[in-house]
Design a protein around this ligand. Structure first.
Ligand SMILES: [Zn+2]
Length: 477
C-alpha cells in the first residue's frame, strides 16, 4: 500500500469481521477524532465531519445482532434495483446513520455513451484510492474494504449502467445498500463516515427544478412534466373543432391539422352561412380549449412543485395560452418552443435542458447580484463565511448561497449551536469545547435545513462573483 499504514482485510487473510466491543469503542473515538481534522475523502474538499444538531438522537435503522455475519447476498441490479431519485429517496438517505459502522457514499459518473466497462473499473479505482490512502486505522480500513467490495461487486454486475450517474450508500453491518440512479451528471467522489454524504444529491436537486412543458394548438394539448432529465408525467387531450361544409362536400374538423396556421378563414369555397359567425364559433371553441389547458396546468402546479413552465405550439395558439395564464403561472414561463406540437420526448428534454441551464444560471446571477447590492446598503443580506455562519446560527437566513463544490475549514460546536472560521475554545452558548470541521459548507447546509432556509448552489458567472466572499445569504430580517 502506498501509505504503508493500511492493511486491507485481504492482506490480513480474511474479510472484515464485526468489531468486538473494544474495537467498537475505538471506532467511536475514531469518528470523534476525525472531526478534529483527519481527512477521508475523495473528489470533494473537506472531511466528512458534519455532525450537526441532533445527530446522536436519530438511530433510525435497527442494529443487527453483532454476532451475525454481514449480509453476504450477491449484490446486483436484480437483487438491488436502483431507486429513482426524488425527495422521498433523499429523505430516507438523509436519515441514515451509522455512527460506529460507518456508511460508504459513492457517486459514479457513468454516462453510457462515453463509458466502457473498463471505464467503470478505472473510475472505481479513482474513487477508492484517496479514501484508502487517508485511512490509517486498521479497523476502519477493514470496514472500508468491506464496503468497497460491496460496491465493486455491484458495479461489476452491470451489463448496462442504470443511469447517467449512480449514487450508492452502503453499510453492511446495518444491512443498508441503497443505489440511486440519476439521469443527470454528478461530481464523482466517495466518502466514508458516520453519515451518508448527500451534498451532491442536494446540489443536483437544486440544479434541476421541475418543469412543465405545455404544447398546444387549436385542438390538441400535450402537457409534460420534466424533472431531473426525465419525463415524469404526461397529459394529452384533443378537442376537435366543430366541423363545417367544404367545397368538396365533406365535413372536415376545423383548421388544417397540425399546419400551425389558420387556413380556414382564407380557405376557398366555404359555404358556411355566416363567415363571421363561424369564426366566432371557432374562437369560442379555441377559447374553451385554452381554458382547459390552463386548468390542467394549474392542477399540475397544485399537485407538485412546478418551478417553471415552457409553452409551445403554433404562434396563434401560444399567444392565446399566454394571455389566458393567470399571473401565478405566467410568472413561471421560462421559455417558448415555436410550432413543435409533435416534438419527440428526446427533443423536448433537449430543449428543456438548454432553457433550464440558462434559467438557472440567470437566476443564480441575479441572486448573487442582489446580495452584493444589498450588503453595502445594510439591507437584509450577508456576505462572507463569518457573517453567513452567524446569520445561520441566529436562524435569520432566508436563502443560503454557496459556490458548488467549494467549502471552508473552521470550528463548530458539537451540539450545532455555533460555527466560526477563526479558532475559539468553547461554544458561547453551551460552553462545550468546539470541534475542528473541515467542511463548513456541509455544516451550513444542515443548519439551513434545520432553520427552514433554502439553499442555492451557484456555478459560472454567479460563482465567480461570490467566490471572493466564499458564501452569502439573503436574510429574513
Ligand atoms: Zn454549543
Amino acid at each position: 500500500m502506498a501509505d504503508g499504514g493500511l492493511v486491507t482485510p485481504a492482506e490480513r487473510g480474511g474479510r472484515a469481521s464485526w468489531p468486538t466491543a473494544g474495537k467498537r469503542r475505538r471506532l467511536t473515538t475514531y469518528w470523534r477524532e476525525r472531526c478534529s481534522g483527519r481527512v477521508v475523502t475523495a473528489g470533494w474538499p473537506g472531511v466528512y465531519a458534519d455532525r450537526g444538531p441532533g445527530s446522536d438522537s436519530r438511530m433510525m435503522l435497527p442494529r443487527r445482532d453483532p454476532g451475525m455475519p454481514h449480509n453476504k447476498a450477491v449484490l446486483s441490479l436484480e437483487t438491488n434495483p436502483p431507486q429513482t431519485f426524488g425527495a422521498d429517496t433523499l429523505d430516507r438517505v438523509v436519515l441514515l446513520e451509522a455512527p460506529i459502522d460507518g456508511v460508504l457514499s459513492a457517486y459514479l459518473d457513468v454516462e453510457p455513451s462515453e463509458t466502457q466497462r473498463e471505464g467503470f473499473e478505472a473510475a472505481l479505482l479513482d474513487l477508492w484510492k484517496p479514501l484508502r490512502e487517508a485511512t490509517k486505522d486498521p479497523d476502519v480500513a477493514g470496514r472500508l474494504e468491506e464496503e468497497i467490495d460491496r460496491i465493486n461487486a455491484y458495479v461489476r454486475s452491470w451489463d448496462e449502467p442504470p443511469g447517467r450517474a449512480v449514487a450508492i450508500f452502503s453499510s453492511a453491518p446495518r444491512d443498508v445498500f441503497v443505489p440511486i440512479a440519476l439521469d443527470v451528471p454528478v461530481l464523482a467522489g466517495a466518502r466514508f463516515g458516520p453519515r451518508p454524504h448527500v451534498l451532491p444529491l442536494i446540489a443536483a436537486l437544486d440544479e434541476h427544478e421541475r418543469y412543465c412543458v405545455a404544447l398546444v394548438d387549436r385542438e390538441r394539448a400535450r402537457l409534460l412534466t420534466v424533472w431531473m432529465g426525465r419525463v415524469e408525467q404526461r397529459i394529452e387531450f384533443e378537442e376537435p373543432l366543430p366541423g363545417r361544409v367544404t367545397r368538396g362536400g365533406g365535413w372536415s374538423a376545423g383548421a388544417a391539422r397540425g399546419a400551425g396556421r389558420d387556413s380556414s378563414r382564407m380557405g376557398p369555397g366555404r359555404i358556411h352561412s355566416s363567415q363571421g359567425g363561424y369564426a366566432r364559433h371557432i374562437d369560442y371553441h379555441v377559447d374553451l380549449h385554452v381554458q382547459r389547458v390552463v386548468a390542467e396546468l394549474w392542477r399540475l402546479s397544485r399537485r407538485q412543485a412546478i418551478s417553471r413552465i415552457i409553452i409551445g405550439g403554433p404562434p396563434e395558439a401560444m399567444s392565446a395560452l399566454r394571455s389566458a395564464l393567470p399571473r401565478s403561472l405566467a410568472e413561471r414561463v421560462a421559455g417558448e418552443f415555436a410550432g413543435e406540437l409533435f416534438a419527440s420526448d428526446a427533443e423536448i428534454l433537449g430543449r428543456v435542458g438548454i432553457i433550464e441551464e440558462q434559467a438557472e444560471r440567470a437566476h443564480e446571477a441575479a441572486l448573487v447580484k442582489e446580495i452584493l447590492e444589498r450588503v453595502p446598503k445594510a439591507e437584509p443580506a450577508v456576505l462572507g463565511w463569518d457573517d453567513t455562519l452567524t446569520a445561520l446560527c441566529d436562524g435569520r437566513v432566508h436563502e443560503l448561497v454557496l459556490v458548488e463544490g467549494e467549502t471552508v475549514a473552521g470550528y463548530a460546536c458539537p451540539e450545532g449551536h455555533f460555527a466560526v472560521i477563526e479558532r475559539i475554545d468553547t461554544c458561547p452558548f453551551c460552553n462545550e469545547p468546539v470541534w475542528q470541521f473541515d467542511d463548513l459548507a456541509a455544516w451550513a447546509l444542515r443548519r439551513a435545513f434545520a432553520t427552514d432556509a433554502t439553499v442555492e448552489f451557484v456555478r459560472g458567472e454567479a460563482a465567480a462573483a461570490l467566490r471572493p466572499h466564499g458564501a452569502g445569504a439573503t436574510l429574513r430580517y
